[in-house]
Ligand binder design. Structure first.
Ligand code: NAD
Length: 494
C-alpha cells in the first residue's frame, strides 16, 4: 500500500476526499515513496485562518516558554536524526552523510533559536528629556507564509520557521512538491512535542496554487521564500502588489578563486566538496573555478585525478560520493547546458553524459563534468546550472579574478585559496557576495551567521543568525514619560 501524506493544519493531520494527489519518487531508483495531496486555495485559507487565531495566544506566551518548544523539537530531531536522514536521502537523493549534516543543521538551528527566547534583544537608550525612558522591542508580525525548495528540505525550513516561531509568529509552510516527506516528518515532530495547535501548519501543493494563495492572502503578513531567481521575482512582484514583507533567498553562480600561491591539494579538495556535493544542487555550489594561469594545467591534472575517485550511486550507500539529481527535468537541463558549453567553444575535459546503463538506468544520474578554457561571459559561466558541472576560467591577477567573480547576476558565495594574507583580505572586501570563504570551498555555512546573497540572489534579507529575526519581527519604539508633564522632543531640550 502506498504511503499517504496528509496536511498538518491546526494540530490535525488531514487529507480531503477527492483531493488531487501526486506521487513522490526516489530519484536514485524511481521507486514510488508516497502520495502527497495538493491543497486547494480554500484549504490554504483555512490554514491561514487557524494560524491567525493561534497567533493571538502564541504572541502572549513568554518567549522563553516558546523557546522551550523549540528546544524540545531540537531534542526530538536529535533522537530521530538517523531516520530523518534516511528519509531525506530517499526523497531528495543527497548522500547519507550530507543528509545527516543537513538534519544536524536543523538541530543546531532549534537550539540556537531556543536561546533567542531568552534574548530577542532590543535597545534601551537614554532619552533626550529628563524623567523619560526610551527603548525598542521586537514585536511579532502575525502569520508567516514559508515557501521552500527541494534541495535542503529540512535545513531551510528550520532557518525560517524557528526564528518566526520563537518571535511569536505562527507559520503556514508550503514545502516543494518534490520533497513533502521531510515536511511531513517535521509536522510529526511538531505534533509529538505538543507545539500548540495552529502554531506550525504544513500545507502541500504546487507553487502556482498554494504558493500564490499564501502570497495573496490578506492575513499572511510575511512571505519567506527560497528558490530560483525566476520564481523569486514572481513572488516579489505578487507580494509587492499585496504590500507583503517578502524575504527572498534565490539562485547562485558561485566561484572558487585559486591563486598561484595556493595550497593546491587543499584547493582541489575544496572544489570537489563544493562542486559535486549534493550533485551540484546547492545554492552555494561551486560552478566556476577562477584559476591563476600559471597553475591552470597543474590544477586540471589534479582535479581530473580526484574526480576519477568520485563514486556515483544511491546516496544510501555510505561509499557513494555523488547521488542522483532530483528528476528527469533537472537531468536534461544539465545536459542541455553541457551542449551549450560545447557550442560556446569551451573544452570538455571529462564527464558530460547522462548515466543510462544499469545500475543507473532507473534514476537520474549525471557524470561529474569539467570544462576548461571557459570565457567569463559564456552562458555556462553566467547561468545557474544546478548540477555537477564546473567551468574553469583562467585569470592573471587577483583584480581580474575578483572582476570575473563579480561579473554574474548572482551574489551568494565565493571563495579564495591563497597563502597571502593581503590577497585574502583584499578578496573578502571586494568579492560581491553575501558569503566569502578563505581557504575553504563555497559551501559550509554555520547557522549562527547570516545566510544569503547580494544582487540576483536576494533582496536584502537574510536567513539564519540573528539577522533572520529581522524578517519575522517589527521594531517597536517605546517612550515612557514619568515626569508628569508634557515634554516635547526636540523643543523642550534647552
Ligand atoms: P523553485 O523556484 O522552482 O521552487 C521553490 C519553491 O517555490 C517551491 O516550493 C515551489 O513549489 C514554489 N513555487 C514555484 N512557483 C511558484 C509561484 N509562482 N509562486 C509561489 N511559489 C512558487 O526552486 P527549486 O527548484 O525548488 O530550488 C532550486 C533553486 O533554489 C535554485 O535556484 C537554488 O539556487 C535556490 N536555492 C537558494 C537558496 C538560498 O538560500 N539562496 C537555498 C537553496 C536553494
Amino acid at each position: 500500500m502506498r504511503f499517504q501524506l496528509q496536511h498538518y493544519i491546526g494540530g490535525q493531520f488531514q487529507s480531503l476526499e477527492n483531493e488531487k494527489n501526486v506521487s513522490v519518487f526516489n530519484p536514485a531508483n524511481g521507486q514510488e515513496l508516497a502520495m502527497v495531496p495538493m491543497a486547494s486555495k480554500d484549504l490554504v485559507h483555512e490554514a491561514v485562518v487557524i494560524a491567525k487565531e493561534a497567533q493571538k495566544d502564541w504572541a502572549l506566551v513568554p518567549a522563553p516558554k516558546r523557546a522551550d518548544y523549540l528546544y524540545a523539537i531540537g531534542l526530538k530531531m536529535k533522537e530521530k536524526k538517523e531516520h530523518l536522514a534516511q528519509v531525506l536521502t530517499k526523497e531528495m537523493g543527497k548522500v547519507i552523510e550530507e543528509a545527516r549534516g543537513e538534519v544536524q543543521e536543523g538541530i543546531d538551528m532549534a537550539f540556537y533559536m531556543a536561546g533567542e527566547g531568552r534574548r530577542l534583544f532590543g535597545e534601551t537608550t537614554p532619552s533626550e528629556l529628563s524623567n523619560k525612558f526610551a527603548m525598542s522591542v521586537r514585536s511579532p508580525i502575525g502569520v508567516v507564509g514559508l515557501i521552500t525548495p527541494w534541495n535542503f528540505p529540512v535545513a531551510i525550513a528550520t532557518w525560517k520557521s524557528f526564528p518566526a516561531i520563537v518571535a511569536g509568529n505562527t507559520v503556514v509552510w508550503k514545502p516543494a512538491t518534490e520533497t513533502p516527506m521531510m515536511a511531513y516528518e517535521m509536522a510529526k515532530i511538531f505534533d509529538e512535542v505538543g507545539l500548540p495547535k495552529g502554531v506550525a501548519n504544513v500545507v502541500f501543493g504546487s507553487g502556482s496554487d498554494v504558493g500564490t494563495a499564501l502570497i495573496e492572502h490578506p492575513d499572511v503578513k510575511v512571505i519567506s521564500f527560497t528558490g530560483s531567481t525566476a520564481t523569486g521575482r514572481k513572488v516579489a512582484e505578487l507580494g509587492g502588489h499585496h504590500l507583503k514583507k517578502v524575504s527572498l533567498e534565490m539562485g547562485g553562480k558561485n566561484a572558487v578563486i585559486i591563486m598561484d600561491d595556493a595550497d593546491l591539494d587543499l584547493a582541489v579538495e575544496g572544489v570537489l566538496w563544493s562542486a559535486f556535493g549534493t550533485a551540484g544542487q546547492r545554492c552555494t555550489a561551486c560552478s566556476r573555478v577562477i584559476v591563476h594561469k600559471d597553475i591552470k594545467e597543474e590544477l586540471e591534472k589534479r582535479l581530473l585525478n580526484a574526480m576519477e575517485q568520485l563514486t556515483i550511486g544511491d546516496g544510501l550507500d555510505e561509499s557513494v560520493k555523488i547521488g542522483p539529481v532530483i528528476n528527469k527535468t533537472a537531468l536534461y537541463k544539465i545536459n542541455s547546458y553541457v551542449e551549450i558549453g560545447q557550442q560556446e567553444g569551451a573544452k570538455l575535459l571529462t564527464g558530460g553524459k547522462i548515466l543510462k546503463d544499469p545500475p543507473f538506468d532507473q534514476g537520474y544520474f549525471y557524470e561529474p563534468t569539467l570544462f576548461t578554457d571557459v570565457a567569463p561571459d559564456a552562458r555556462i559561466a553566467q547561468e545557474e546550472i544546478f548540477g555537477p558541472v564546473v567551468s574553469l576560467i583562467s585569470i592573471s591577477s587577483l583584480e581580474e579574478a575578483i572582476e570575473v567573480n563579480n561579473s554574474v547576476q548572482y551574489g551568494l558565495s565565493s571563495s579564495i585559496f591563497t597563502k597571502d594574507i593581503n590577497k585574502a583580505f583584499q578578496a573578502q572586501r571586494d568579492l560581491d557576495t553575501g558569503i566569502v570563504y578563505v581557504n575553504a570551498g563555497t559551501t559550509g555555512a554555520e547557522i549562527h551567521l547570516p545566510f544569503g546573497g547580494t544582487k540576483g540572489t536576494g533582496n536584502g534579507h537574510r536567513d539564519s543568525g540573528i539577522a533572520a529575526l529581522d524578517v519575522y519581527t517589527e521594531w517597536k519604539s517605546i517612550y515612557i514619560d514619568y515626569s508628569g508633564k508634557l515634554q516635547r522632543a526636540q523643543i523642550d531640550t534647552e
